[in-house]
Design a protein around this ligand. Structure first.
Ligand SMILES: Cc1ncc(COP(=O)(O)O)c(C=O)c1O
Length: 422
């Protein structure tokens, strides 16, 4: 599409947007009484108006039924993990039996590293992207130490080439081949939280498997943002959080995927709990853990129903909007933002967009590396009503989200940002 830099053009795109009514399904935060330009769905997704109804239903059932709600509530609490399976499986490209909502992201990362990071004397290394999110780094480091290994000699952090901000797929494949006899696990953030780069999951997984390694992904910035095909691409495992693009609320319910090829592998070690135990016998309280088939067997504790209810509200919206429609709009919305930012006179003097320009290599986020006065610019745009995200030392991340952001907001943001530069 040929973009134009005018408010009329932005409004025209909004009027043609088949998803334009979805914005009304969300509460939009205000700054000084005025609706903000909320470009931080990559940090905390907005509250769907329907969430209150979903949570209230559980509160009412709790009030009415007490413990009996486990069996007799509208959505019986005993089976709550099942109610999100269909929607989650569509979002990550999996079978319902391969996904489950549970815990928090880093907890899930640990649980799956326990099962899938099984270092031996010769095959013990982990390959990941340099500058992975801190919590992931701490998880990798502590898991490596747990096995009595030295993180320095075990974790390979792959950085982009000198002067570049994104990793080239060919360089990732090369690193896999170079380390093929020693690699135990390859784990990347599917969308890199800082740069916004969307990695080629298919190629990385294929190369990883050819090298004899297990391949997992952290989908924190990918789920609900970019198209995923975890089953088809034979990814071994993946973990995610629910509070970003999935709009499940602060500290919202996370989740995980395990490919069905591992479904019945009872040799995989795991840290078990009663909610992963064969549900036919769960309440017999017997000795001897027998996991349920598939990913359900990785559950540990009983299900957090109130967080789960909040997530169901958002998943219903995703289902209604449709993954393809969301992606189509997202490509246009972020493409328009990129066009407007690149139209700013002498833009290179002030900032560089470090997120890849190619649509297959990014989701909705653009990361702006500020060449001067980054924090000052950020403070000015915040005062002007933009909620964006500052990442030390010098990046402003902006993420127009197709479910609730508009082309007009993208246009207004570009003007506010341009004025703040000078
Ligand atoms: C890539 C990534 N990993 C891990 C985390 C932390 O996850 P949690 O606190 O939900 O365990 C985040 C949080 O933003 C993240 O973006």
């Amino acid at each position: 599409m040929k973009f134009e830099s005018s408010i009329q053009f932005a409004k025209k795109l909004d009027s043609q947007d088949p998803l334009r009514s979805f914005r009304n399904k969300f509460h939009l935060p205000k700054i000084n009484g005025k609706t903000s330009i909320y470009f931080t769905g990559n940090s905390l997704g907005l509250l769907p108006k329907s969430t209150k109804k979903f949570v209230d239903e559980e509160l009412n059932d709790w009030a009415k039924l007490g413990v009996e709600g486990h069996f007799h509530s509208k959505r019986p609490w005993l089976h709550y993990h099942k109610f999100s399976k269909k929607a989650l499986s569509k979002i990550v490209g999996a079978k319902p039996s391969e996904v489950v909502a549970m815990n928090q992201l880093t907890v899930n990362l640990h649980l799956f590293m326990v099962s899938f990071y099984r270092p031996t004397k010769t095959r013990f290394k982990i390959l990941t992207e340099a500058g992975a999110f801190s919590s992931d780094q701490y998880a990798f480091e502590s898991q490596v130490k747990f096995h009595g290994l030295d993180p320095e000699k075990t974790i390979i952090e792959l950085a982009p080439r000198e002067g570049e901000y994104a990793l080239r797929t060919e360089d990732i494949i090369k690193a896999i081949e170079e380390n093929k006899n020693e690699l135990a696990l390859i784990i990347f953030g599917a969308v890199q939280y800082y740069s916004g780069q969307f990695f080629d999951l298919e190629k990385i997984t294929k190369a990883g498997h050819e090298a004899g390694a297990i391949v997992g992904f952290d989908l924190a910035h990918a789920i609900g943002n970019v198209p995923l095909q975890l089953h088809k691409h034979e990814v071994d495992f993946a973990v995610w959080c629910g509070y970003k693009y999935l709009n499940s609320g602060p500290g919202g319910l996370a989740g995980a995927f395990v490919h069905e090829m591992h479904e019945n592998n009872s040799n995989l070690p795991r840290f078990a709990g009663w909610w992963g135990h064969n549900d036919k016998e769960r309440f017999q309280m017997k000795k001897g853990f027998k996991p349920m088939e598939g990913i359900d067997g990785w559950q540990v504790s009983n299900f957090p129903v109130l967080s789960g209810a909040a997530q169901l509200a958002s998943l219903e919206i995703f289902d209604e909007a449709g993954g393809n429609n969301l992606r189509q709009k997202s490509i246009l919305l972020t493409g328009y933002l990129e066009f407007l930012l690149k139209s700013i006179e002498n833009n290179q003097e002030y900032f560089s967009i470090i997120t890849p320009s190619y649509k297959k290599e990014r989701g909705c986020q653009l990361s702006l590396l500020m060449r001067k006065n980054g924090k000052k610019v950020f403070d000015i745009i915040t005062k002007a009503g933009v909620i964006a995200d500052w990442r030390e030392p010098d990046v402003i991340r902006v993420a127009p989200v197709p479910l609730y952001n508009t082309f007009e907001e993208v246009f207004l943001f570009s003007r506010i940002f341009q004025n703040a530069l000078r």
